[in-house]
Write a protein that binds this ligand. Sequence first.
Ligand SMILES: NC(=O)c1ccc[n+]([C@@H]2O[C@H](COP(=O)([O-])OP(=O)(O)OC[C@H]3O[C@@H](n4cnc5c(N)ncnc54)[C@H](OP(=O)(O)O)[C@@H]3O)[C@@H](O)[C@H]2O)c1
Length: 227
Amino acid sequence: MAGQLALVTGASRGIGAATARRMHQAGARLVRIARSDMPPLPGSLDIRADLAEVGSRLEALMQVSAQAGVPDVVVSNAGAFLLAPLAGTSDELVREQLGINVEAPIAVARHFLPSMRERGSGVHIIVGSIADWRGFAGNAAYAASKYAVRGLHDVLLEEYRGSGVRCTLVSPGPTDTAVWDPLDPDCRPDLPSRAEMLTPDDVADVICFAATRPRHVQLELVRLGPA
Ligand SMILES: NC(=O)c1ccc[n+]([C@@H]2O[C@H](COP(=O)([O-])OP(=O)(O)OC[C@H]3O[C@@H](n4cnc5c(N)ncnc54)[C@H](OP(=O)(O)O)[C@@H]3O)[C@@H](O)[C@H]2O)c1
């Protein structure tokens, strides 16, 4: 990835932080976006923004364009995991879930993909989930958001096929990050233990693999999970 510009959303921790670190190690210049502070990464352009909020998101995306240019690789990773049984799935929870997991990736794609097409190159990676193709109890809003983002990816594949812009959906199974903290999976027999989960680096490896295929190869979909 030497010399390439990579944008990673949700890079303050978890899968996004691991992906940014790996891409940096591979020689990429990084732009990272999240609401909170990001772990140190020399040379990275770090933007604190709420990607679920229209104004904050637009300002951040304009800042990327003005200060860094059009990325070679975009990783739409920022997301939230808001679980509730259907009866407890309030309108507010649904709006919050869709705001960051669906509206934000659509806005990020809309901001950069037309310029990537004009340039004739680019890789666009969305981090989906096992919940973008399998239902789990207690998952209504999260599953709706991840199925939606898989729909977005499928549309982008067709709209940008042959343009030089290549699109990948990376759909991980359970990964040991802070999203699991409120659920305390090690005390829940119905959930995988943290030791059984993927690590953020496992997922980051796959994202970096997708980002580094030769220009004539489009890796459309990767589903990974614990063996
Ligand atoms: N962990 C899993 O088991 C798992 C499995 C499948 C898929 N995924 C997906 O992987 C992605 C990353 O999840 P993770 O497990 O690494 O979670 P995480 O550790 O909680 O990281 C989520 C990242 O998204 C950022 N983010 C959340 N809301 C944001 C907002 N409104 N504006 C800007 N940034 C925001 C967070 O930063 P701030 O809080 O600092 O803003 C953080 O950097 C998500 O799309 C998730 O759905 C996770």
